[in-house]
Design a binder for this molecule. Structure first.
Ligand SMILES: [Zn+2]
Ligand SMILES: [Zn+2]
Length: 150
């Protein structure tokens, strides 16, 4: 006789979609939401197969699925025809065909990261310079003290 034993023991979690407590065995959502999500994904897949040049907005309009689910599926590359479907940039909403952000937002993010790094570097150098100055000052005072003491 075969007995089924799950390797992953279910963990009690709050469903990220409805907030209800559920026993998670790796599905990432409660049974109800998981089923709804899977239904949406099937609908979306069917729709995209029939309309390979559709946009994420078309998907939402025609399947009733939340935009977040459609976008996530496209971003994950879950469609064979990905690269043709347009969906909104996660930052500004401009329609894109690949990645998470449009090229401008991607550039802006890279620029912001570079700026932040440069500022951090400048801050570090300034701190070092201040330290050096403070040291020079105190050693100068010491010399005066020593001179006065003599
Ligand atoms: Zn749920
Ligand atoms: Zn953008």
């Amino acid at each position: 006789m075969l007995t089924y034993r799950s390797k992953n023991r279910p963990v009690l979690k709050n469903c990220p979609l409805c907030g209800k407590l559920y026993a998670d065995a790796g599905s990432g959502a409660c049974q109800k939401c998981y089923n709804a999500l899977r239904d949406y994904e099937l609908e979306i897949k069917k729709y995209v197969e029939a309309n390979p040049n559709c946009s994420a907005r078309d998907i939402v309009k025609n399947t009733g699925a939340p935009l977040a689910i459609a976008s996530r599926m496209i971003q994950n590359g879950q469609f064979a025809m990905s690269g043709k479907i347009s969906y909104p940039c996660s930052k500004c909403g401009k329609l894109i065909h690949a990645g998470v952000y449009c090229s401008e937002c991607q550039q802006a993010i890279q620029q912001a990261t570079a700026n932040a790094n440069r500022l951090a570097q400048e801050h570090k150098l300034k701190k070092l310079a201040d330290k050096k100055k403070a040291k020079e000052k105190s050693s100068g005072l010491n010399i005066i003290k020593i001179l006065r003491g003599k």
